[in-house]
Design a protein around this ligand. Structure first.
Ligand code: CP
Ligand code: NVA
Length: 315
């Protein structure tokens, strides 16, 4: 793999709002093709597509799915991963974020960062000379949504024809859903308490691009007729106000009664980890409408597609 690209040519995967509709569609379609081809040779999707590539995985916060899916994704495409925990690397503390970016760019072909500060991610990308991937920040979780889009499409066909309802905290995962809805042009309803609604600048961005995203406080209204119901934890990494959130979000628990208000064959998505009895009942997440384990598996296929795009491996 070539280790350096001109900054203008670098393909960072920082947020879905930074991608064009064509790029986004290309990555989702690649993810479908990768899954269809199977995981291992013979017949797997371009098994040497990332031959020799090194991905540095930097995690300041815990992770299971993101870490394992990216580690396997790069290895199954012929490359390798190096895991760096916050204790080892201390991004922005032991040395500047810029120096970390410059040094790691000399070793690795791509960097993935999970951090509670979106600004740290942007700083890393500004100074890196290899592609940087957002592995979750306080603002967004775009890698998750690539797997989610894929999951909706394999169950229900093209997302553009579907109505999605996000119920609960309009958090980092919801933000990436909003970006995807606007870029791909599908209908998204956010059912959330006023206090945990999408940030005003995000709502302005939706308006600017004439997105079909509606923010409602009534969860029943938000799920009515939806083809897909999505929720997430009430307390995200970095949130400290557990009690307040629990109080505000109780009416937004996804249970059987809420699922019955959606379309008849609606599916249920959750990025996991889940908390049965809080944001979702066991009846729903372990029931027939839930596709959360397909969704988790799809992280692997989608992450291969993200890596292939960032590293121009399919060109
Ligand atoms: N959904 C998700 O990103 O899971 P992890 O926090 O385990 O990576
Ligand atoms: N919103 C959650 C997602 C975890 C994958 C968090 O940020 O903790």
């Amino acid at each position: 793999m070539s280790k350096r690209q001109a900054p203008a040519e670098l393909r960072h995967f920082l947020d879905i709002d930074q991608l064009s509709k064509t790029e986004l569609r290309h990555i989702v379609d690649s993810a479908h093709a990768i899954k269809k081809a199977g995981r291992r040779p013979p017949g797997a999707y371009r098994p040497r597509a990332l031959a020799g590539a090194v991905l540095a995985l930097i995690f300041e916060k815990p992770s299971m799915r993101t870490r394992v899916s990216f580690d396997l994704a790069v290895r199954e495409l012929g490359g390798e991963a190096i895991f760096l925990s916050s204790e080892e690397i201390q991004v922005g503390r032991r040395e500047t974020v810029a120096d970390t970016a410059r040094v790691l760019s000399r070793y690795a072909d791509a960097l993935l960062l999970r951090t509670v500060s979106h600004d740290t991610l942007l700083e890393l990308a500004e100074h890196a000379t290899v592609p940087v991937i957002n592995g979750l920040t306080n603002r967004s979780h775009p890698c998750q949504i690539m797997a989610d889009l894929m999951t909706v499409e394999e169950q229900l066909g093209p997302i553009e024809k579907r109505k999605v309802a996000w119920i609960g905290d309009a958090n980092n995962v919801a933000t990436s859903w909003i970006h995807a809805a606007v870029r791909l042009g599908f209908e998204l309803r956010i059912g959330c308490p006023q206090e945990l609604a999408p940030a005003p600048e995000l709502v302005r961005w939706v308006k600017k691009y004439k997105g079909a995203v509606e923010v409602l406080t009534d969860p029943a209204e938000a799920v009515r007729g939806a083809d897909c119901i999505v929720t997430d934890t009430w307390v995200s990494i970095g949130d400290s106000d557990r009690e307040r959130r629990t109080r505000l979000l109780k009416p937004y628990r996804v249970d059987g009664a809420m699922m019955r208000k959606a379309a008849r064959n609606a599916i249920f998505l959750h990025c996991l980890p889940a908390h049965r009895g809080s944001e979702v009942t066991a009846e729903v997440i372990d029931g027939p409408q839930s596709v959360v384990f397909d969704e988790a598996e799809n992280r692997l296929h989608a992450q291969k597609a993200v890596l292939a795009w960032c590293l121009r491996a399919a060109e």
